[in-house]
Design a protein around this ligand. Structure first.
Ligand SMILES: Nc1nc2c(c(=O)[nH]1)N[C@H]1C(S)=C(S)[C@@H](COP(=O)(O)OP(=O)(O)OC[C@H]3O[C@@H](n4cnc5c(=O)[nH]c(N)nc54)[C@H](O)[C@@H]3O)O[C@H]1N2
Ligand SMILES: Nc1nc2c(c(=O)[nH]1)N[C@H]1C(S)=C(S)[C@@H](COP(=O)(O)OP(=O)(O)OC[C@H]3O[C@@H](n4cnc5c(=O)[nH]c(N)nc54)[C@H](O)[C@@H]3O)O[C@H]1N2
Ligand code: SF4
Ligand SMILES: [Mo]
Length: 769
């Protein structure tokens, strides 16, 4: 029997509360935590399978250095010294554009991002790459245009809505909402509520739906345009909402006038009657929409999102309770670069811009292999496996080999780590303090600081400690005054951090250039005495939180302690003292606590960031782009690819996998095996039986995979899971589907790769290989 500890799952952004039985620094068993204020005793089987992630023979314990084709164990001192010297020399010779940071973004282990970004900024570089540049680029860019802030992205009010729409989202399996299968089931069973799925196939979510719209894959923009046109033609829009909140409605009307709705719906292969019924629901009920990879990684990714938000707005469902809301985050997002800002870099070779500070990932090989003198020469990766997760693994692998320095911080010897010059062993978030910045718990604002459930193994370190060490070794973190360390020590001994905060502010005022690296300074000083850089970074995130002064924290039970006399002298600090008290509460409750409440009545006022406080639906880029989305042009583009007549969904997020993080093939043995889902009628035409080997070929590559016949898959469509092609104990399991996707197929506006619409050819595999 082990000891039970409270923690949270790190396998996706929902961070379900878990209780873990641990012994001998291993996870014995896992159960959902009934005390979690977010998930109240719910988790999925990925969470329950955490031990496969935590303990496996491929975990890294020591820093490694490449020597020829092998790796040798080295000390941390040697690793820091050699990487620091080499990186500083490259920066000196080639300038800041030579450096990129990649990753730092596991679903709910995000403390390290706060340390990686300052390193990047201190080095003068803007190149950050992570999955925002795969999935959210188009969506968040659209929110920036429409609401004036890319971070104000809308999520459905899952508790308050009457209708939940899942558009290109299989949330019943991918769990992108709190207690997803429970919530979807509840909506499905309740006669007053409704689930609507828009998905070309009968997904697990669609099976729960009251209404299932099955568009032809890739026609979402056309369908959305037709639906908005239909609503406006019938004058069903919420005109009073529009008059009050939309600043430029007249300018977008021409996008939908004289549009051939009937012809468009024919191209989308959806019955007009059903779409009319769908639109009637949209204009008469309160609804929220979950969008996911079917839209984000589909054709016209950015336009899909843009039109989806336009649809919400036309129906009066943007920023209203029971509709679509912005979930409050406790983190600030200062130092984000905007495309319009002339100081924001475009990538040297491909000329791409970032969304919320992150560049589209498909450009990496071209940026490394560029002939331009300022091309990418070194990369630090953490919490990311680009060789298996980013488009065209072959091109990525080749390009990474051309880097002058590649450092991989990981917990396992991944396909990316194998190409690195140095591999640094991270702790998992079950071995360290950690947190998630996306608390999807509207209207409550829940915050949880995960405490380590397991003790030290080998020489693994917390990721943010590693980033701090690297910054120091590169000469980016100066020697800090003793008084900061002393103040940090006192803060920890007395649990009164305000004097330390004051010292930090004074230090920053005297050294304004070091404001960028404050998280590293906190990690180094307060982290030293708190025993964890991540824990100190959580304090820094809370004390500088945009929630301070919002009035939302006051709606929780947390109050500043009485001892801060400073509040009398400097009343302005009251808000910071309150946030410090929030940290205290969070630190004392490893199961998480409610630190504030959203104000449902003032969502529009709070989250429209344009100066005129109006929603802006018009923008020039979309005005140009939408002209392409006509029934004729779409039909011509969608049909007639004789060489590659079927559509591949290059990656499905299956029940048991967690991107490429669940490396132990034991996880898949009985559950989500390596197989391509194909419709039985297609299989019959191709002469393929269940389990037979298929050859799937795209313009980029070809692979072999057993067939799994299922009516859940639409005709002309084949789906391959994205969790394979992983090396474990010297053997590769399955083939990575990324070999079939091209780095050149990305959204024209923001650069999301098109993973859900890859033209392909499927045949019975010829002879055994
Ligand atoms: N168990 C598990 N859960 C996960 C993950 C995991 O690996 N495993 N990964 C997590 C991550 S990082 C993410 S981003 C999410 C992804 O979560 P989802 O996006 O829900 O995952 P997908 O399996 O890609 O499901 C997308 C759905 O879109 C549909 N679709 C495909 N093409 C089109 C189209 O052209 N139009 C429309 N309307 N629909 C289309 C597909 O049929 C599919 O049902 O899952 C997260 N959750
Ligand atoms: N073809 C195709 N490609 C896709 C997708 C698809 O559907 N199809 N989905 C895309 C999506 S939505 C996403 S989000 C991305 C995800 O792709 P990535 O961002 O690359 O995420 P993972 O593949 O999970 O890799 C995470 C890495 O972090 C490591 N790791 C886990 N925990 C820790 C930790 O605590 N510290 C450190 N340092 N490392 C840790 C794991 O070992 C693993 O190597 O993939 C994208 N790629
Ligand atoms: S839903 Fe996400 S956070 Fe919750 S247990 Fe499953 S994988 Fe973990
Ligand atoms: Mo993702």
């Amino acid at each position: 029997m082990g000891e039970w500890k409270k923690t949270q799952c790190s396998m996706c952004g929902l961070s379900c509360g878990l209780e873990m039985e641990v012994g001998d620094e291993k996870i014995i068993s896992v159960r959902p935590d009934p005390d979690s204020p977010r998930t109240h005793g719910y988790c999925c089987r990925k969470g329950r399978a955490a031990k496969f992630f935590q303990d496996n023979s491929e975990r890294l314990d020591y820093p490694l250095k490449r020597v020829g084709d092998n790796f040798e164990r080295i000390s941390w001192e040697q690793a820091y010294k050699e990487i620091g010297e080499k990186a500083a020399a490259i920066l000196k010779e080639h300038g800041p554009r030579s450096l990129a940071v990649l990753g730092c973004a596991l679903g709910s282990a995000q403390a390290e991002c706060a340390a990686a970004k300052p390193l990047l900024q201190a080095a003068g570089s803007q190149y950050m790459y992570n999955p925002i540049g795969i999935e959210f680029g188009g969506n968040w860019w659209s929110h920036g245009k429409i609401l004036g802030d890319q971070f104000h992205f809308l999520e459905p009010d899952d508790g308050g809505a009457e209708v939940l729409i899942f558009w290109g989202s299989n949330a019943y399996v991918s769990h992108q909402l709190l207690n997803s299968s429970q919530t979807i089931r509840e909506y499905s069973e309740n006669p007053d509520k409704m689930v609507i799925a828009v998905d070309p196939r009968l997904s697990e979510t669609a099976r729960m739906a009251d209404m299932h719209i099955m568009p032809r894959p890739g026609t979402d923009s056309l369908l959305l345009r037709a639906m908005i046109a239909l609503i406006l033609r019938n004058k069903w829009q919420n005109q009073s909402y529009i008059d009050r909140w939309v600043g430029d409605f007249e300018r977008i009307k021409p996008w939908f006038e004289d549009f051939d709705i009937e012809e468009a719906l024919k191209v989308c292969r959806v019955p007009q009657k059903q779409i009319e019924e769908f639109c009637r629901v949209l204009v008469t009920r309160r609804w929220g929409m979950h969008q996911d990879l079917g839209l984000f990684c589909g054709r016209h990714s950015t336009l899909n999102s843009y039109l989806a938000i336009t649809l919400m707005t036309v129906c009066g469902m943007t920023l209203v309770p029971g509709g679509n809301v912005v979930m409050e985050s406790f983190t600030s997002r200062e130092n984000m670069f905007h495309k319009e800002d002339p100081k924001t870099w475009r990538t040297v070779e491909t000329g791409r811009f970032p969304v919320l500070g992150v560049y589209p990932v498909g450009v990496i090989p071209a940026e490394i292999l560029s002939d331009k003198p300022e091309h990418l020469r070194m990369m630090f990766t953490s919490l990311g496996n680009p060789v298996r997760s980013y488009p065209d693994s072959k091109a990525m692998e080749e390009a990474l080999k051309h880097l002058e320095l590649l450092v991989s911080i990981d917990i396992s010897m991944t396909e990316t780590a194998k190409l690195a010059d140095y591999v640094l062993p991270g702790k998992t978030s079950y071995e360290s303090y950690d947190f998630n910045v996306f608390p999807l718990s509207y209207p409550e604002i829940v915050c949880q600081l995960k405490h380590p459930a397991l003790g030290q193994v080998g020489e693994r370190k917390e990721d943010s400690e590693i980033w701090t060490g690297l910054a120091e070794a590169m000469g980016l973190l100066p020697k800090l005054p003793e008084r900061l360390y002393r103040a940090a020590e006192r803060a920890v001994h007395t649990s009164d951090r305000i004097p330390y905060f004051m010292k930090l502010l004074t230090y920053a005022a005297v050294h304004p250039k070091q404001c960028n690296i404050l998280p590293l300074i906190v990690a180094k000083t307060l982290g030293k005495y708190m025993g964890s850089a991540n824990r100190a970074i959580m304090w820094a995130a809370l004390i500088s939180s945009p929630l301070a002064g919002s009035g939302l924290v006051e709606a929780s039970d947390i109050r500043p302690g009485g001892r801060h006399k400073i509040m009398e002298k400097l009343p302005k600090l009251k808000e910071r003292c309150l946030m410090d008290a929030v940290f205290q509460a969070v630190d004392e409750h490893p199961e998480g606590c409610v630190i504030g409440r959203s104000d449902p009545e003032h969502l529009l006022e709070r989250h429209i960031a344009h100066k005129d406080r109006k929603i802006h639906l018009y923008c020039d880029e979309i005005n140009e782009y939408i002209k392409r989305i006509t029934p004729e042009r779409e039909e011509a583009e969608l049909s007639g690819n004789a060489e590659f007549p079927m559509i591949l969904s290059a990656g499905r997020h299956s029940e048991d996998g967690c991107d490429t993080t669940m490396r132990n093939p034991g996880t898949y043995k009985y559950r989500g095996p390596y197989a391509a889902a194909i419709n039985p009628e297609d299989a019959a035409e191709l002469g393929i039986s269940d389990g037979a080997l298929l050859q799937v070929t795209t313009k980029t590559g070809s692979l072999r995979i057993p067939a799994a016949l299922t009516w859940q898959t639409a005709r002309g469509y084949v789906r391959i899971p994205r969790h394979f092609g992983l090396d474990f104990e010297g053997k590769t399991y399955g083939a990575g589907v990324k070999a079939l996707t091209s780095a050149e197929d990305f959204d024209a506006l923001t650069g999301n790769p098109i993973y859900r619409y890859v033209p392909c050819r499927v045949e019975a595999a010829k002879e055994a290989e």
